[in-house]
Ligand binder design. Sequence first.
Ligand code: T46
Length: 132
Amino acid sequence: MSIAQTIEFEQRGDHLGWLVALEGERNVPFPVKRTYYIYGTLPGARRGRHAHHTLRQLMVCLSGSCKVLLDDGQSREEILLSRNTQGLLLDPMVWHEMYEFSEGCVLLVLADNWYDEADYIRNYDAFKAACR
Ligand code: T46
C-alpha cells in the first residue's frame, strides 16, 4: 500500500486553454483553510524535511517538476510530481522532503489549517520516536 494517495483532477477548458478547479470537500478531501506556493528553490536544495502532527495537505506541481520522498516511519517511497492535473495527499505523520526541483518549478499546497510551527516535527529522530 502507498504511503500517500494521489488524485487525478479533471482538466477543463476549450480551444483557448486549460483550467483545473480545486474545491475543498469536493475533489480536495478536506476543508481548505490555507493555500501557499513554493517557488524559486535553489538548485540542489532539499525542502520540507519534516512531518506534521495533525495537518492534512494536498500538493500540486503547477509548473516544472520535483520529487517528493515520503516516510511513514516504517517505509519510504519517492514520487515524481510533474503534472498539474495530479495531486499528492499528505496525511499527518508523514515525513516529507522535496528535491530535484526543475528550474521554474512551482508547487501549490492546500492545507486544512492555518500555519502553526507547533504542528511541525522537524527532527527526524523525534519523528521516528513519535511513530513508535
Ligand atoms: C510543508 C511543505 C510541503 C509561513 O510563515 N507560513 C506558512 O504558511 C508556511 C507554509 C511557511 N511559513 C514560513 C515558515 C518559514 O519561516 O515560511 C518559511 C519557509 O517555510 P518552510 O521552511 O517550512 O518551507 P518548506 O518549503 O520547507 O515546507 C513547506 C511547508 O512549511 C510545510 O508545511 O509541508 O512546504
